[in-house]
Design a protein around this ligand. Structure first.
Ligand code: AHG
Ligand code: MN
Ligand code: MN
Length: 338
């Protein structure tokens, strides 16, 4: 076994990286390693389907709705099947929470891990060939193995995640993940069918100059969020919003920036889901030296009350997320003194 403190060189294959880091994983039984491999493999399968979606009639709506009442796309349904099947067969998972399923899926009672997953995020971008992603969060169950799954196993705060990551299906496909010891990025080489380490110990710049928010909803933002957007404009920051969470986050992680999905009138708690969108990116952001809040509170401290709970989301460069919080607090003070 290699020493997990020694940085592995660029070009290291994912499998070797996981093996060499295994002793540093919490509980280090090899099960988490296998689980990460299963997710990476399903990502390859989904990547293949995405690449030929236009050819095999996979683009477009499936005619059904997901847990939050949004239109499911064919690829949403397919990605959900691909990931959940491999997690079920893999044997390391006792319960799955998926954006595409109303209820918790109970899997192997003898297994130790709970997975929350958004199998395909940004599905409205599928038809127009824009980058999309998969997000996953992994928790260790708290109830004894062998027994039924309890709500406490599933509704854990993000700070208890043992691993989190995403696959970005972009101009190249990447797997970016953390097991609580930094963030590493792997680029998929389709000709070899393997992911290779391309981004070691990723760090998000403390300051950034990119802000990513759907300004079309400006009129329904709170005064604090409006003030923050105004502040970004005055500073001459660059507005960049793909409308694909993983791609927007990934760009900001590399270049420095903030992604915001605030409370708006049609979604008072924001649009994004705590368990498989916000917590995932919050853990990655903090591991990379960034920050994530709901405007006031640290995302990773929130105890979910529902598997599909939505929260306002501010994530990215530390100083930008702090600035948003400051302006939100100032606006609240002004309101309460009026
Ligand atoms: P999903 O495809 O899982 O429903 O979520 C899409 C999300 C996210 O990717 C993106 O940042 C956001 O929705 C865009 O929403 P708006 O169009 O409201 O800005
Ligand atoms: Mn999503
Ligand atoms: Mn989705």
């Amino acid at each position: 076994m290699e020493d997990s403190r020694i940085a592995l060189p660029i070009g290291t294959a994912l499998d070797r990286f996981i093996k060499s880091r295994q002793t540093a994983f919490p509980f280090a039984t090899g099960e988490l390693s296998q689980l990460l491999r299963d997710i990476a493999l399903s990502g390859k399968v989904v990547n293949r389907e995405i690449n030929r979606a236009g050819l095999i009639n996979l683009a477009g709506a499936a005619g059904s709705e997901n847990s939050t009442g949004e239109q499911q796309q064919n690829l949403d349904v397919l990605a959900n099947i691909r990931f959940s099947r491999s997690l079920e067969k893999g044997g390391e998972v006792c319960a799955i929470v998926s954006e595409e399923e109303d209820e918790i899926i109970e899997v192997n009672r003898n297994a130790h891990y709970v997975v929350a997953i958004d199998p395909l995020d940004g599905s409205s971008n599928i038809d127009v060939n824009v980058s999309i992603g998969t997000l996953f969060s992994i928790y260790r169950r708290v109830s004894p193995e062998g027994g039924p799954i309890s709500m406490d196993d599933v509704l854990q705060p993000g700070k208890d995640q043992v691993a989190a990551g995403y696959i970005l299906y972009g101009s190249s496909t990447m797997l970016v993940f953390t097991t609580g010891r930094g963030v590493n990025g792997f680029t998929y080489d389709p000709s070899l069918g393997e992911y290779f380490l391309s981004h070691q110990n990723m760090q998000i710049p403390k300051d950034g100059s990119i802000y990513s928010i759907n300004e079309g909803s400006y009129h329904s933002f709170s005064q604090g969020v409006k003030d923050f957007v105004e502040d970004c404009r005055e500073k001459g920051y660059t507005g960049r919003y793909i409308g694909s969470l993983v791609a927007d986050f990934h760009r900001n992680l590399l270049k420095g920036g903030i992604y915001v999905y605030p409370s708006i009138s049609k979604s008072p708690n924001g649009k994004l889901r705590l368990m498989y969108e916000c917590n995932t990116l919050a853990m990655l952001a903090e591991e990379a030296g960034g920050m994530a809040t709901d405007g006031t509170n640290r995302i990773l401290d929130i105890v979910p009350s529902d598997i599909h709970q939505q929260v306002p989301f501010f994530v990215g460069s530390k100083h930008m997320v702090e600035r948003a919080r400051e302006l939100i607090e100032d606006a609240k003070m002004v309101r309460s003194s009026q």
